[in-house]
Write a protein that binds this ligand. Structure first.
Ligand code: GLN
Length: 454
């Protein structure tokens, strides 16, 4: 994999940092343990993995794709990082992302975009485009992403790989640099559903270091992926979400989705249509709540505690240093989010914006509950569009936000969702993803259906 990275990453730019020496040492340690007759720590011991650069890794940089954190080394491992290392996985390096995970194309990285291995002129999706591209370019067999509004699933769809957003609270956020804390969730990226399940079981679990961590057993996703592989979905009820299929979708995406639903039927599933009217409002509500949380979370980058410091030459006050640093260190999208969030939370506007958005969030969760009363899992396309050209949407933030149409509802409700490749679009020959939603803590249902379909 290191050779492959050396060969293709100059063109793909999936990685921000590769630590080959450390990876080889870790791999050697696993080999030696096996040679000495010790049982490997997990089925994934010795398997290389790429980690999105928003999770802390002690001894290597964590930039979040931002100039503000250039050169910053976290003094501790994220719980997810620690679990990977304890399970014997070999971390190859850190992957590129939209700055602080804000974006849908990886073009907001301060270190330049990642390119889609299917067509180097196109984006790989975002914000976790680096992790998805690393898989699609065979630079890594597994990767970790984080999904606040779709950043694992949408890049998965656009690169023909598998991406999973676990139930909120089932994978620790300790050491995941916060963007919008009530949505942020780390999860597995892989090339097959079974690989994703193996990784899911390594990283999930209760963590007292995360105050929103759920103290419940990890859903049996591996067993479900194995069960699904037999391709028998008799007795499973699949709900097609009407509001997530249609307007704004490319014809090739819709055709792929219809073919996928037909295949689920052939595998024995019963297909029903469900309606969740508030999902039409989810996108707008998300783009108020997420920036509101971000404006608070990013206040910690104050030029005193982390990373960059500009103007600290004795001629500026502390406030000026803070302002010069934030001006130089944050990119335009991050600044836009901070301003939107600060505005939405300000006295006089709070009820109209933040308050209304929270009400939509409640409605979305209720409509999910009602839909899950009628179906075991729900399905939709993962993204309304396939990978677009680099530069195509950068000047139009709303067009960029609209790409998240189908993924955001699940983050609003906190339930689980998986994106599995559903072939290539007849429009442009680019990958399309099928999204399968499961109720909270029932992640295994989606794994079973996705594995049967795959
Ligand atoms: N595109 C969405 C945003 O910019 C989601 C990003 C994410 O999931 N991290 O907020």
């Amino acid at each position: 994999h290191l050779d492959r990275i050396a060969a293709v990453d100059p063109a793909v730019h999936a990685f921000l940092h590769v630590d080959g020496e450390r990876a080889l040492q870790a791999a050697k340690a696993v080999d030696e343990a096996v040679a000495a007759g010790r049982t490997p720590a997990s089925p994934l011991a010795g398997v290389p993995i790429a980690v999105k650069d928003v999770l802390t890794t002690q001894g290597s940089p964590t930039t979040c794709g931002s100039k503000l954190l250039e050169g910053w080394h976290a003094p501790y491992d994220a719980t997810v990082t620690r679990k990977l290392l304890d399970a014997g996985l070999v971390i190859l390096g850190k992957t590129n992302m939209d700055e602080f995970a804000m974006g849908s194309s990886t073009e907001n990285s301060a270190y330049g975009p990642t390119r889609n291995p299917w067509d180097l002129d196109r984006i790989p999706g975002g914000s976790g485009g680096g992790s998805a591209a690393a898989l699609a370019a065979f630079e890594a067999p597994l990767a970790i992403g984080t999904d606040t509004g779709g950043s694992i699933r949408q890049p998965g769809a656009m690169t023909g790989t598998v991406g999973v957003k676990p139930t909120y609270g089932t994978v620790s956020r300790h050491g995941l640099v916060a963007y919008a804390s009530s949505f942020d969730q780390a999860g597995p990226c892989a090339r097959t559903v079974l690989d994703a399940a193996l990784l899911h079981e390594v990283i999930a679990g209760h963590d007292p270091m995360d105050s929103t961590s759920i103290d419940a057993p990890v859903p049996p996703v591996l067993a479900a992926a194995r069960q699904g592989a037999d391709g028998d979905l008799r007795g499973v009820k699949v709900g097609v979400v009407r509001e997530l299929v249609g307007e704004g979708h490319q014809p090739g995406v819709l055709a792929s989705f219809e073919a996928a639903v037909a295949q689920l039927r052939e595998l024995g599933a019963e297909v029903v249509e469900v309606s969740c009217p508030s999902f039409d409002l989810a996108l707008a509500a998300y783009y108020l709540i997420a920036p509101s949380e971000a404006s608070s979370n990013l206040a910690r980058f104050d030029a005193m505690r982390y990373g960059l410091r500009v103007g600290d030459d004795g001629s500026h006050s502390a406030e000026e240093v803070m302002s010069l640093t934030r001006e130089a260190g944050f990119g335009p999208e991050v600044k836009r989010r901070i301003m939107i969030g600060t505005y939405a939370l300000s006295a006089g506007y709070y009820d109209a914006y933040y308050g209304s958005a929270q009400k939509v969030r409640t409605l979305v969760a209720r409509e999910f509950d009602a839909a899950f009363a009628r179906a075991d899992v729900l399905v939709s396309p993962t993204s309304p569009v396939t990978a677009f050209r680099i530069g195509e949407r950068v000047d139009d933030p709303v067009a960029m936000y609209q790409v998240d149409l189908c993924t955001i509802p699940s983050n609003m409700a906190g339930n689980a969702a998986i994106s599995v490749p559903s072939g290539l679009s007849a429009d442009d020959g680019l990958p399309v993803g099928l999204q399968v939603f499961s109720p909270a803590l029932q992640d295994h249902r989606g794994y079973r259906v996705a594995a049967a379909y795959e």
